[in-house]
Write a new protein. Structure first.
Length: 269
């Protein structure tokens, strides 16, 4: 029997995983998903992701594809995979897609969010999912720097190393800092990202918000295009892959909600 391509929207708490991608001897999200597919379908399938999140990074809108028997309904796949998955990974919805659909190559943009608890006291509810920053950050100057990030630029200074054969040029469609109660949220949307780009950008924004550098220095670092110049790299736990966008949009489970009131991992923003 021929197999059909299915696509699922997946969310996970990345705390105990060494990233999405398979790594021998380490727990990964991809390994858990592939084991669940094999247990449910009785045969193995490679699970491919739209974005290879790093160790400790979370997701509420990761998109993955895999092959399974076409007789299985999308609801059966969703519920069945969740039965076999650990509690920190959940399939939110599954769709049948054409055989030539590629979750990575066909993605138009990725949306990430970085959360900071900017408060004098820590919170156990955000311990695993937001960076605790007790010193007050200057949101206004951080927002000014976000405007510099928009557009097409060489983001070499925000890369950890020169290990990307596609070069360092990326198009950032949106970059904003918003404040919700005690939380500062950095939202960024781009065609794709160089390695550690979002976390290194957050590290530089924090330095700016703490008045350790000025806006002119932020611009100079950005224009230098030298790997490792931005940062320090912000901890992985504050970063979450929110959504992956396609020309023919997938319907996200919370699409009808006018406002996102809570993250998938329990942080009350």
């Amino acid at each position: 029997m021929s197999l059909a391509r299915f696509v699922s929207i997946v969310e996970y708490d990345g705390t105990r995983y060494h990233g999405f991608q398979l790594q021998a001897g380490f727990p990964t999200v991809q390994a858990e998903l592939e084991q669940a597919v094999e247990k449910l379908c009785g045969e193995s399938s490679r699970v491919v992701s739209a974005s290879r999140t790093d160790a400790g990074v979370h997701a509420r809108g990761q998109v993955v594809s895999f092959w399974a028997k076409p007789a299985m309904s999308t609801m059966t796949l969703t519920m069945g995979l969740n039965h076999y998955l650990p509690r920190d990974i959940a399939v939110k919805a599954t769709y049948t897609m054409s055989d030539d659909f590629n979750v990575r190559r066909d993605a138009l943009s990725r949306e990430y969010r970085y959360g900071i608890l900017n408060s004098e006291t820590r919170s156990p509810f955000s311990e695993l999912f937001a960076l605790f920053m007790p010193k007050k950050l200057d949101v206004e100057v951080m927002q000014e720097a976000c405007q510099l990030l928009k557009g097409e630029h060489d983001f070499g200074s925000f890369a950890t190393s020169v290990d990307n054969e596609d070069g360092m040029t990326r198009h950032v469609y949106e970059a904003n800092i918003v404040k919700k109660r005690e939380y500062l949220l950095f939202d960024v949307v781009a065609s794709s990202f160089v390695r550690h780009q979002v976390r290194n950008t957050m590290g530089l924004l924090i330095r700016l918000g703490l008045s350790k550098i000025r806006i002119g220095e932020f611009r100079d670092i950005m224009e230098a295009k030298r790997p490792g110049l931005a940062g320090p790299t912000a901890p992985a736990k504050g970063l979450c892959l929110e959504r992956v966008n396609y020309g023919e949009p997938l319907v996200y489970p919370d699409e009808s909600s006018p406002e996102r009131v809570q993250s998938p991992v329990g942080v009350p923003w």
